[in-house]
Design a protein. Structure first.
Length: 629
């Protein structure tokens, strides 16, 4: 394509310094506007989870005096419609300066490779990440282009892949340190320091172009981007499972001992319905839940990371559309740390209780859903070790909304089974789990589910979403078993799940959040099994755990939100939770590898004031209650 060159007209010398001051002031105002739109995005986006990009001391606070070189790009980086202005060099928090251009666009629009090259680095949305999801694209001359804040990646792309200009490499989002959907884009000529990219992208401004480039060979965006024309290959094979896989199905092989597939002996898959129909509203506004688009309320790392033993107060009331007076929230909590330890989410009205919301192993990201009361618009988080922590609100208590229908744990998916429609997942192969498979109604707003990755081919990323909705990305390491649980929103189409690498996957469901289900209120967490420091020893013999009437808990209840911490010994171990009046289910609520530990969010039915807990190998367990209904 033709290269648009700068005008050769000489620059007229200014007659006074006043026009310069005006230009600088205007530049600063424009920079401030985009800074607000971008959620006070931090400059040097590569600083977290990657080598730090050095900020040149010669960069000034407005881009009007530092135009970048005009580099010929093969494609505009974002699908229209979009907008951008020059904010290169604008100040950012922490003393950083903006090192790219922010292209504002709707979430889910396509992001294109601007040149032919190799994807040399992938960025994930880990706690404290500034960039969120993104790529480094490196051309043959060493020049690299840095992309940040994606909502996700097209299936099949991996580090080392070759791409061409105009190829779809991601979707616009607001992950990392971003407050609104946009693409942060940088140019590093020859692999060196960044230069102002504004003139280069302005030369081929594509913000009015919505047509997909003919070279686009990726499948449609599962998160709701525009459809790719029929001439472009469609999505990779999908496992659209039409019926629930029976828990009694035998396995063709036994790659690992986790998550037994032996038949359940329980005569029913769900507890008996309450004798009195549940109320459709909760007058106190504390036990029904409205699920919202995820709102990041804290993303701490480096100087903002949690300090061991120091409680962090986090404002949630009134943030990004959250209710200012909400009595409680649910939040997705993800943590990384260099040392093992525990994190507890709790109301700020008291000191941190001796309970656990999330148990963390070094070298891997731990993730779960926390339920907690809100006091004066704030929640509190306390860690027993230095930790990078990200807190994303996914639901808030409301007068109307969904309640909880706890289930005796149902196995929705086990790719190790012999059923012909259930086979080991290929990389980027999407599984659709219908509401029936999840033991939920079509009107369910969410399910409490445990996702277990078994013998993956490599470290990877599990992607979970209400089909067509906002994705949750959970990185995992290359180990025999990684298990975590979440309250994850769903819709009438159910859940869509995929992995970036080949793996076996097990999905177990123990709660459905439905409009006509009974209310369940958040509580300050209370330990009901194990002491403050010593776990209870468990095994195949059920342990009856008193819940109702324990100090801090209601005298009568039919459901509970539990945080179950499992500590493995010499073997891989699974943990089971169920109402004691029933037989133990075949499906587990979590699993850990030998000598590892993890905490699982569990929706449990309570019978006669108790729940039963067991493990298939000798193990240690803590159980804490954070919600009751």
């Amino acid at each position: 394509m033709d290269v648009v060159r700068p005008s050769s007209s000489p620059t007229r010398p200014s007659l006074s310094t006043r026009p310069q001051r005006v230009a600088v002031a205007v530049g600063l105002i424009l920079a401030a506007v985009v800074t607000v739109l971008a959620g006070f995005e931090v400059g040097s986006q590569e600083a977290v989870g990657a080598e730090t990009t050095t900020t040149s001391s010669t960069i000034v606070a407005t881009s009007t005096t530092i135009p970048g070189p005009l580099l010929a790009l093969g494609a505009f980086p974002v699908q229209g419609k979009c907008s951008f202005i020059d904010t290169y060099g604008a100040p950012r928090s922490g003393g950083r300066l903006h090192e790219g251009v922010d292209i504002m666009a709707k979430a889910g629009q396509y992001v294109y490779a601007v040149a032919a090259g190799t994807l040399t680095k992938q960025y994930l949305d880990t706690p404290g990440s500034l960039s969120g999801y993104g790529w480094r694209l490196t051309a043959s001359d060493g020049t690299y282009y840095f992309y940040a804040h994606f909502s996700g990646f097209p299936p099949g792309l991996a580090v080392g892949d070759k791409v061409v200009a105009g190829q779809i490499i991601g979707y616009v989002g607001e992950t990392g340190n971003a407050g609104t959907p946009h693409l942060h884009f940088e140019i590093h000529p020859g692999g060196g320091v960044p230069v102002n990219p504004t003139s280069s992208i302005k030369a081929i401004d594509g913000c009015a172009v919505t047509t997909i480039p003919t070279v686009a060979t990726n499948p449609p965006n599962p998160s709701g981007g525009q459809d790719i024309p029929a001439t472009v290959p469609t999505t990779p094979p999908t496992l659209a499972l039409a019926v629930r896989i029976p828990a009694t199905e035998s396995t063709t092989e036994t790659p690992t001992t986790i998550l037994p597939t032996t038949p359940a002996t329980t005569p029913a898959t769900t507890p008996a319905p309450p004798t009195t129909p549940p109320a459709s509203t909760d007058p106190l506004g504390t036990g029904r839940w409205t699920f919202v688009e995820p709102v990041v309320v804290f993303n701490g790392s480096g100087a903002t990371a949690l300090v061991a033993g120091v409680t962090k107060q986090i404002t949630v009331g009134g943030v990004s559309g959250l209710a200012a007076s909400s009595a409680a929230i649910m939040a997705r909590v993800s943590v990384t740390a260099s040392a093992a330890g525990n994190v507890v989410v709790h109301p700020c009205s008291a000191t941190a209780p001796q309970t656990t919301t999330l148990s963390v192993e070094p070298g891997r990201m731990a993730i779960t859903t926390a339920m907690t009361p809100v006091v004066a618009g704030k929640i509190c988080v306390t860690a027993g070790m230095a930790a990078n922590v990200k807190v994303t609100v996914t639901a808030q208590a409301s007068a109307t909304g969904a309640g909880l229908r706890p289930l005796t744990t149902v196995r929705a998916l086990d790719t190790r089974l012999a059923n012909p429609i259930s086979v080991r997942l290929k990389a980027a192969q999407k599984v659709t789990l219908s509401p029936a498979m999840l033991a939920a109604s079509a009107s369910a707003r969410a399910v409490t589910a445990t996702f277990t990755i078994v013998n993956p081919s490599a470290a990877g990323n599990l992607v979970i979403a209400a089909c067509g909705g906002t994705e949750v990305n959970a990185p995992f390491i290359n180990t025999s078993v990684t298990s975590f649980s979440l309250v994850v929103p769903m819709n009438g189409n159910g859940l869509c799940v995929s992995s970036s690498v080949a793996t076996d996957l097990v999905v177990d469901v123990d709660g459905a959040w439905e409009p006509d289900a009974p209310a369940i209120a958040a509580l300050a967490p209370v330990r009901v099994l194990g002491t403050s420091t010593v776990a209870a020893t468990t095994g195949a013999t059920p342990t009856a755990v008193a819940v109702a009437g324990v100090v801090g808990l209601p005298p009568a209840l039919t459901s509970a939100n539990l945080n179950v911490t499992l500590i493995g010994a010499s073997a891989v171990v699974s943990v089971f939770v169920w109402p004691c009046e029933q037989a133990r289910p075949a499906a587990a609520v979590g699993a850990v590898a030998a000598s590892k530990k993890a905490t699982f969010a569990v929706s449990a039915a309570v019978a006669n004031g108790q729940v039963c807990v067991a493990t298939d190998e000798a193990a240690s367990v803590f159980v804490d209650v954070s919600g009751a209904g």
